[in-house]
Design a protein around this ligand. Structure first.
Ligand code: ASP
Length: 326
């Protein structure tokens, strides 16, 4: 058993030609710094839950990624953030959806898990709960960045009826054939974020946080906060955090399907993840990626798009970060 933390910053049409080397360095640096924060917790004997929380807070605070600050805009030019966390030891979980004032949505999800008798809060009630827990609330403009607004305006101009996966202009969720959709500005791609970890006590945890998809209809919730779809953890099997076209991940109950394949069909982590990523999801047009780790510390970071911001770190070893297909 080898403790590890694995993170993702979203998957999509990330093309090498459109990425400047400076931008690329920025992503690698951000991913490595964030991995170090989770790694440190694992090295000090901290729990997988603490490690994934720290990593996702770091990813939310970094405007390069579509979660927390830097979140994408809805069709009303507002933000609606979703997040979830799950503890593989106890199967306790917390999720929030459709919030726009909680600075770090993953901390609110964590409080739902630790301090509430419920597991899922949405909207106004979620914000009230977070405030009562002493979490920081911010003006919704805190989440906005000029490049996100530009991204919304472009999608509205080119495909007013489409909701577009963050870093994938060709991917779409509603109404239009892919061929009719023009890529978003290729140097402005960001991503939903997530982390999974195995700690030295043998416990697993998963956390995911997102702004959703650009130009999504107000009130739409994706897979990230839906336990079993975009986020899942159980010490019996694995911890999973997903990114991609959320509707399809929900329809395929993707994260739980991986755990179920391992538990009931005896598949390895790799077999289960590959079946979901490359067979189940594509069979209904699902695009994206996921990260997963099992109770022995095997991990995998598959995606069916051009790239996925991702990385991993073992205690005492330098973090490894990747963007493209290797
Ligand atoms: N899965 C997220 C959602 O559908 C989007 C993403 O991963 O970029 O809300």
């Amino acid at each position: 058993m080898k403790p590890v933390i694995v993170i993702h910053g979203g998957a999509g049409a990330i093309s090498r030609s459109a990425m400047t080397s400076e931008k690329e360095r920025e992503y690698h640096q951000a991913l490595a710094d964030i991995l170090r924060s989770g790694q440190k917790i694992l090295e000090q004997g901290g729990s997988a839950v603490e490690a994934v929380t720290a990593a996702v807070v770091g990813l939310e605070d970094c405007p390069l990624f579509n979660a927390g600050r830097g979140a994408v805009f809805t069709s009303d030019a507002t933000h609606e953030l979703d997040a979830a966390i799950m503890d593989g030891l106890t199967l306790r979980t917390g999720a929030i959806a459709n919030v726009h004032r909680i600075r770090n949505p993953i901390l609110a999800a964590r409080q739902v898990m630790l301090a509430s008798r419920h597991v899922f809060f949405v909207g106004e009630g979620a914000e009230r709960f977070a405030a009562a827990q002493g979490l920081e609330l911010v003006d919704p403009s805190y989440f906005s960045t000029p490049s996100r607004l530009e991204q919304l305006e472009r999608v509205r101009r080119e495909n007013p009826d489409a909701a577009v996966l963050d870093h994938d202009g060709q991917s779409k969720v509603e109404n239009q054939p892919a061929a009719e959709i023009h890529p978003l500005d290729m140097d402005k791609k960001f991503g939903t974020v997530g982390a999974v970890a195995l700690d030295q006590h043998g416990n697993l945890a998963a956390a995911t946080s997102t702004g959703g998809i650009t130009n999504k209809q107000v009130g739409r919730v994706g897979d990230a906060p839906v336990i079993g779809a975009g986020t899942y953890a159980s010490n019996q099997t694995c911890a999973v955090s997903a990114t991609g076209t959320g509707e399809m991940y929900i329809r395929k109950v993707a994260a739980y399907d991986i755990a179920a394949r391992m538990r009931y069909a005896g598949q390895t982590l790799e077999q289960a993840c590959n079946a979901v990523m490359f067979e189940e999801l594509p069979s209904i047009g699902g695009k994206g990626g996921l990260i997963a780790v099992d109770a022995q510390g095997h991990f995998i970071m598959p995606f069916n798009t051009e790239g996925m911001y991702r990385g991993y770190a073992h205690p005492g070893q330098a973090p490894v970060t990747e963007i493209y297909r290797s």
